[in-house]
Each structure stands twice: as C-alpha cells, then as structure tokens.
Design a protein. Structure first.
Length: 179
C-alpha cells in the first residue's frame, strides 16, 4: 500500500516499543507525582486506588484500534495507523500495570496462583484467536475486523469502571480477598 520494503516494514514494529515506552513514562509519572505523595499524605488507600492508571488507559485501547483500523489507506500518511498502534500499546501497558498491582494486593495469599491463572487465560485466548482471527478478517476485512476488536475493548472500559466502583464490595463478598 505504501511501498515499504522488508526493512521498512520491520521498522514499523518500533511503534510497539514507542507505545510501551510512553506507557512506562506515564505510569512512572503517575507514581512519582501522584501515588507516592498521596501515600505519604494519606497512607495506604483501598486497592481500587491502584486502578486509576488502568481506567485511564482503558480509554486508549479502542481509540488506538479504531485509528489503526480505519486509516491504513494510500491517501492517508503511513504514520497515522502507527500512531494508533502507539496509542493502543500505551493503553495496554497502563491497563496491565494497574491490574498486575491491583490483583496481588487484593489476594496476597494467592498472588502466584492469580498470575499463573492470568497467564493461562491469556495464553488460551491467544491460542484460540488462531481459530477465529483468520475467518473473521477474511469475512469482515481488516478494517472491520479491527474495528470489531476496538468495540469489544470499549466494553472493557465499562468493566474497568465497574471494578473501580464495586471492587471493594466484591472483595468483601469473597472468602479469598484481603481488605
């Protein structure tokens, strides 16, 4: 579409690294300028307080996917879809960091099991994606297929907000949770 050779195609994957670096800088900025001063002033807060970066990052996932889905055309500059990748990876980094801090604080005795269960679920989904991804993209096309994934990640925003609002109540109902 844009006439990239193999080397230029490979360089496009640097957008993933840029997104991860931006996510890292945003997360460290959040820790440095908000989380640590807040902890010094107010002490440890509820575990849901650690979901703030994840809630903000969850908005970036569908934005990045929709930008990536609908902009790879010859009349649009090649950098625009890669900016979508940067936005998506930044959001993904923030969501995963928030969840990876929240879960072991909520279930400290079961942290190893939580992380292994998380790995199994993510790996099983990745393995299962092989079965549905090709037919989905052949039937819908790349733009509509990625837009469908963007819509599904949009539902994750609702899940993250619900976890933030109702997390304390859910932990109180759990026999395994702490706090």
């Amino acid at each position: 579409m844009h006439g990239f050779d193999l080397g230029e195609t490979g360089l496009a994957f640097l957008s993933c690294q840029v997104g991860a670096t931006v996510g890292l800088m945003l997360y460290f900025s959040y820790l440095h300028w908000y989380m640590i001063p807040d902890k010094l002033r107010n002490g440890l807060r509820e575990q849901e307080h650690r979901l703030v970066p994840a809630m903000n990052g969850s908005w970036l996932l569908p934005v990045g996917l929709f930008l990536f889905a609908w902009t790879p055309r010859p009349d649009i500059h090649w950098i625009v879809p890669l900016i979508g990748v940067v936005i998506f990876v930044t959001g993904f980094y923030l969501v995963m960091q928030g969840l990876f801090v929240y879960l072991p604080l909520s279930y400290p005795q079961y942290a190893a099991s939580l992380f292994s269960g998380n790995d199994v679920c993510r790996s099983a989904f990745a393995a299962g994606a092989i079965a549905f991804a090709r037919p989905m993209f052949l039937r819908l096309g790349v733009a509509r297929g990625v837009a469908l994934l963007g819509g599904l990640t949009g539902m994750g925003i609702i899940g993250m907000i619900c976890l933030y609002i109702y997390g304390k109540r859910l932990r109180k109902m759990s026999t395994f949770a702490q706090g």
